[in-house]
Design a binder for this molecule. Structure first.
Ligand code: CUA
Length: 317
């Protein structure tokens, strides 16, 4: 259903958000209308010089009416607001975590463009191709200011922050082209930090991936970086220095020095590379140097993709 004044609804979430918005608008609209109508009616009825009874009602009747009215104007709005809260919260929690099988795509924002990379190596700028009917999860970071990834047709928006990963996900329902905006003021050309999301049928998306496969997969790029930066010197199978093995690491609970634990996710890996002394794996010395300033955000994502690809491998004995 296309509602007037609203952008196209092209994701699984969109119609649910619209339904809530319409319900709240109707509810507040009806109350506002009732107030306006009563103001006009009373203003006319009790206007100066009009011949209408202006006496007070007898005291006992007054008291009974007052009590009932007070109960009504507390109870009715309370129930309505709780219903709206429950509705909104359900929608929010349903959409809080992306499904485990979502297609991952990586976003690096910078002044003033969107750089997008697919796990299989395809890179795009200010344009994102996604399949329809499949949940897509964007893992996003920024190279400079705070940006915000906003696709009105999908009813999704998420801030993109330097130094950490944020996630946004959607299931596009209809092939087509949709606007992409930066929705957080990020400097001179903020208003020009726009692009489009191109939704293709799954088969057409596969073809698009095949036609644009000039670049090696992220994990492959990450593996060569791993060698170039000398990571294999310590984390490799025959390393002289004792460093935590990376095989089977991703997604696992890691015991840390001091008794805490951390989940080895994108955030943990990123911090371990840039701020290696922040969380030391239990049983190891803090000897890893920081790679902050030597490695770009897209490179970091490649490295993480490589470590992720080792998740199913057995650590060496
Ligand atoms: Cu990027 Cu506004």
């Amino acid at each position: 259903m296309k509602l007037p004044f609203l952008p196209e609804a092209a994701s699984a979430l969109a119609s649910k958000v619209d339904a809530l918005l319409v319900a709240v608008t109707l509810m507040t609209g009806i109350v506002a209308l009732a107030v306006v109508v009563l103001i006009i009616v009373f203003a006319l009825k009790y206007r100066h010089g009009a011949d209408v009874p202006r006496d007070r009602a007898p005291e006992p009747i007054q008291r009974r009416i007052r009590r009932r009215m007070e109960i009504a104007w507390v109870a009715v709005p309370l129930l309505l607001f709780i219903a709206v809260f429950g509705w909104g919260a359900t929608l929010y929690f349903d959409h809080a975590a992306p499904p485990a099988d979502a297609l991952e795509i990586f976003v690096v924002a910078k002044q003033w463009m969107w750089k997008l990379q697919h796990v299989t190596g395809q890179r795009e700028i200010d344009e994102l191709h996604v399949p329809s009917g499949i949940p897509v999860k964007l893992v996003m970071t920024s190279q400079d200011a705070i940006h915000s990834y906003f696709v009105p047709a999908f009813r999704v928006k998420q801030d993109v922050l330097p130094g950490r990963y944020t996630v946004l996900w959607f299931t596009a329902t209809r092939p087509g082209e949709y606007h992409l905006f930066c929705a957080e003021y990020c400097g001179t050309d903020h208003s020009r930090m726009i692009g489009k999301v191109v939704v293709l049928e799954p088969a057409a998306f596969q073809r698009w991936l095949e036609v644009n496969n000039a670049e090696p997969a992220m994990a492959t790029r990450g593996e060569s970086l791993f060698r170039q930066l000398g990571c294999s010197g310590c984390h490799g199978a025959h390393a002289a220095v004792r460093a935590p093995p990376l095989e089977g690491l991703y997604g696992r609970q890691v015991p840390l020095k001091g008794g805490r634990t951390a989940i080895a996710d994108d955030r943990y890996l990123r911090d371990s590379i840039l701020l290696p002394h922040k969380e030391i794996a239990a049983g190891y010395d803090p000897v890893m140097p920081s790679f902050a300033g030597q490695i770009s955000d897209p490179e970091l994502l490649d490295l993480i993709a490589y470590i992720k690809s080792l998740a199913t491998k057995e650590p060496p004995p």
